[in-house]
Ligand binder design. Structure first.
Ligand code: 8X3
Length: 253
C-alpha cells in the first residue's frame, strides 16, 4: 500500500481518524475530509511525520465546494487509489411517526446522496488506471431491523446494495469494492450525534458493555486492503461480543 493515495471521509474522529492513523503507518498518502478544520489540522500535524497528508475541510453535503476541492488537489494526491466512504450519521431513535423530517433528510443526504456523489467523482480515475479499492462503511443496521433505526437502517441498506451493484459494474476491472458493516462502536461521536449532544443518553448506550473500538474497525480495513489483488472481500459484519441479533420483537396488549 506504500505511496498509494487514500481519500477518507469523516476523517476527524472515530473510524475515519483511526483508519488514517493505521494507513499512515503503512506509508499510505492521505486525503482527510471532514467539516472541522481544527481537528483535521491536529491530525495532519500528527500524521505528517509518517506520510504526506492533505486536508479538505468541507461539509460532504456541499457538493460544489467538494468538487472545487477535488479539482484542485495537489499533484501528488490526484491519483486516488483508495476511497473510504466513512462519513455518515444516525439522528434520533424515535419511532418513525415521531421523527423529525429534517433528520431523515440529513441522513439520506449524507449517508446516501453524498456517498454516491463522491464515489461518482472518483470512479472514472479508478477505472482509467484500472486500479483501486472502495470501502464503504455500512452498518449492521443495513441488514437487521431494530426499533428506531427506521431511515438510518434504510440508508445503510442503500450503501450495502450500492456496494454490490458497483461490484457488478466494475466486473472486468481490477477495482475492488467492500461494504464493511460494524455494529455498536464507542470512541466515535455516533451516539452523541444520534442524541444531539445528550451525553448521558449517549453514555447510557454503552453502560455495562464493551463496544467495538474505532481501532478494531481500522484494523479490519487494513486487513481488507492488504488481501492479494485477486481477492475481493465483499462484505464484513463485525460486532462486539456483547451485541447480538435480537430477532423479531412482539408486544402484547
Ligand atoms: C451503527 C451500528 O448497532 O449502533 O451503525 O446500530 S448500531
Amino acid at each position: 500500500m506504500k505511496n498509494q493515495v487514500a481519500l477518507i471521509t469523516g476523517a476527524s474522529t472515530g473510524i475515519g481518524k483511526a483508519t488514517a492513523q493505521k494507513l499512515a503507518l503503512e506509508g499510505v498518502k492521505l486525503i482527510l475530509l471532514a467539516r472541522r478544520e481544527p481537528l483535521l489540522k491536529t491530525l495532519q500535524a500528527e500524521l505528517s511525520e509518517l506520510t504526506d497528508c492533505h486536508i479538505i475541510a468541507c461539509d460532504i453535503n456541499d457538493h460544489k465546494t467538494l468538487l472545487t476541492e477535488l479539482n484542485q488537489l495537489p499533484e501528488n494526491f490526484r491519483n486516488i487509489d483508495i476511497l473510504i466512504n466513512n462519513a455518515g450519521l444516525a439522528l434520533g431513535l424515535n419511532p418513525a411517526h415521531e421523527t423529525d423530517w429534517l433528520d431523515w433528510q440529513t441522513m439520506i443526504n449524507t449517508n446516501c446522496l453524498s456517498l454516491a456523489f463522491l464515489t461518482r467523482q472518483i470512479l472514472p480515475g479508478l477505472v482509467e488506471r484500472n486500479h483501486g479499492h472502495i470501502i464503504n462503511i455500512g452498518s449492521i443496521a443495513g441488514s437487521y431491523a431494530y426499533k428506531g433505526a427506521n431511515v438510518y437502517g434504510a440508508t445503510k441498506a442503500f450503501v450495502e446494495q450500492f456496494s454490490s451493484n458497483l461490484r457488478s459494474d466494475l466486473l472486468g476491472t481490477a477495482i475492488r469494492v467492500t461494504n464493511l458493516e460494524p455494529g455498536m462502536l464507542n470512541e466515535s461521536e455516533f451516539s452523541l450525534v444520534r442524541f444531539k449532544g445528550d451525553e448521558s443518553r449517549a453514555d447510557d448506550v454503552y453502560a455495562g458493555l464493551t463496544p467495538l473500538n474505532a481501532e478494531d474497525v481500522a484494523e479490519t480495513i487494513r486487513w481488507i486492503l492488504t488481501q492479494p489483488a485477486h481477492v475481493n472481500i465483499n462484505r464484513i459484519e463485525i460486532m462486539p461480543v456483547h451485541q447480538a441479533l435480537a430477532g423479531p420483537t412482539t408486544i402484547k396488549n
